[in-house]
Design a protein around this ligand. Sequence first.
Ligand SMILES: [Zn+2]
Length: 441
Amino acid sequence: MKLTFHGAAGEVTGSCYLLETNNKKYLIDCGMFQGGEFSEDRNWNAFGFDPQTIEAVILTHAHLDHTGRLPKLVKEGFTGTIYANPATRDLARLVMLDAVEIMLYNQKKNGIPLLYEEADVEDTMKLFKSVDYVQKTRLDEDVHFTFKDAGHILGSCFIRLELEGKIIVFSGDIGNVHVPIVRETANLGEADYLVLESTYGHTNHEDPERRIFLLQDAIITTIKRKGVLMIPAFSLERTQEILYEINSLLNSNLIPHSPIFLDSPMAAAATEIYKKYPQYFDEAAKYLIGKGDDLFNFPDLKITHTPDDSKQINNIKAPKIIIAGSGMMNGGRILHHLLRYLSDAKSMLLIIAYQARGTLGNRLLKGEKRVHIAEVRVIGAYSAHGDQNKLVAWVKEAKRSPSRIFLVHGDEEPLSALQQRLGEETEAQVTIAVMSETLEI
Ligand SMILES: [Zn+2]
């Protein structure tokens, strides 16, 4: 088989891998390049293969950096099947339509041409075929794939592909340990080859058990000093986790009551999709649902849909809590709130999401004092990605560990740190993937 990396090679976005066997071509993910103008310009480049020649796309999960170039693929002639978990299918539609909204805004403001339009997203949706976890699916004679739970976001999978008598696993994004709502990552199982994400390959998160206490402390501290707690959050997973934990803190009377705003129509829509798939929740969440708990809704919570509703938040006296996108603070409604409250010493910015290089979030994280007066706190354990220990343990605990590992989806430092540690602790030959490079394996 031949494996070519058409994205997320030496960087964290643009996941897209081409697998060729029996003269047939399959794509694993078709994500958008994100973060920084240079990076995003590359979304307009040719794919490096002819979309018409691709038999099928298999999706790991709904995040834009794994799905965002699908409508471009369809626009350029792909007519095959897109296999995805049903929750991934629903979330992917939301994610791609949101991308169109952002592109329309950028077109109006900066004259940037559209990569695709809403109609292209709807054409893309027609090619989806839902496949549940564990269900073995035939792609061709002696070519099968199975989705396993990656524990990253709702519907997230790692993919086990069986072909040419070998097993190749594509990790997609591997979830953090003890994350609320979603289940733990399934065992890697047997693998000959592994294409492994490396987002946090160089570092370990703080103890995940502590994160709810850190959240509790941030809420109590801000409410006591009558400030505004701003939580920039990604619409998928992070927002639902925060709502879930605030709900449980309120139910246990561990935080005082205050108005809480979910100021993100996209996050609100994603939350509705979460509610459609309780079968994918972990046992604790299922137990609470069984007791009649809504999980993501409580009396203090107000969901603001229109821009006018969003503006009204300013009129509500502090203390208050605002959850809004975008998670990296490079756009979205959170910017209006930052503008208003970052200069207020009573207020707090709580960073719970990955902050890519060059974003405002990254500058704040590095403590650039010039841009704020409000307190900035970080809770790394809310990361939706497994850390170095988790990734290494996942590989080592496999029923049969891979002999070759290809590292993708990481910046330079995480890639080389993970390469070193896996090299020391496993028997595998560990290679860092190179963009556009084809490997015969
Ligand atoms: Zn992801």
